[in-house]
Design a protein. Structure first.
Length: 230
């Protein structure tokens, strides 16, 4: 059964172009041209990923993202007609996983969708050699990779997919300094062509959610980030 992608855009030509490329790669595609219909499709169709234009009639993309994130962890790729950083940062703060600026290369859209779905497929079983009780312990932080659970002082912390992947990458390589570009490659699975603010936003989310955590995520100025124990 193919994975279903929901394309939300008020420009039919963009929907048709994206649909053509996605269907060539074996994905199922559904679409919506306004915010209200998009929310209905997300509820009824249960898509594997949403490609979401920000500028929509009625309910805009930011509000859709906010509502969806209150109920679901479905991956979201934002489409913005402007290259302004503020649009991208606000979208990421609201919980989007990625963004593309219009006009975009449909092949790049397909590549990003494929990479996100590959890393968000929770249905894949753990490798037979991996013990079910695997836990990564650092001070008061516990990470259970197979269960995708994180606790601080025994209390479970709700992390989104990319937040968990980012934390796990840093924790598995404690003390190692990662450049933002390297984190984009390891965690997101492809090159963001220099859009390293994505990493900064996700690190800020982790620091807020894990503020009682020891160890800490340290900034190595001019380079990137590392996880260090006291």
């Amino acid at each position: 059964m193919s994975e279903t992608i929901l394309i939300v855009d008020d420009e039919q030509r963009i929907i048709e172009l994206a649909q053509m490329y996605l269907e060539q790669e074996g994905y199922g595609v559904v679409s919506a041209t306004d915010g209200k219909l998009a929310l209905q499709k997300i509820l009824n169709e249960k898509p594997s990923l949403v490609v979401l234009d920000l500028m929509l009639p009625g309910i805009d993309g930011w509000e859709i993202c906010r509502r969806v994130r209150a109920e679901s962890d479905v991956p979201i790729i934002m489409l913005t007609a402007r290259s302004d950083d503020i649009d991208k940062i606000v979208g990421l703060e609201l919980g989007a996983d990625d963004y593309l600026t219009k006009p975009f290369n449909p092949r790049e859209l397909v590549a990003r969708i494929r990479a996100i779905l590959r890393r968000t497929d929770r249905r894949a079983p753990a490798a037979p050699s991996a013990p079910a009780s695997t836990v990564l312990s650092l001070d008061n932080l516990r990470i259970y990779p197979e269960k995708r659970v994180v606790t601080v002082d025994g209390q479970a912390i709700d992390l989104r997919m990319k937040e968990f992947d980012l934390l796990l990458t840093l924790a598995e390589n404690r003390g190692v300094v990662f450049t933002r570009e390297k984190l984009l490659d390891v965690v997101w699975g492809y090159d963001f062509a220099g859009e390293t603010r994505t990493v900064d936003v996700h690190v800020a989310h982790l620091r807020h959610k894990l503020r009682a955590m020891r160890p800490v995520i340290e900034t190595v100025w001019g380079v990137g980030y590392k996880l260090e124990s006291n």
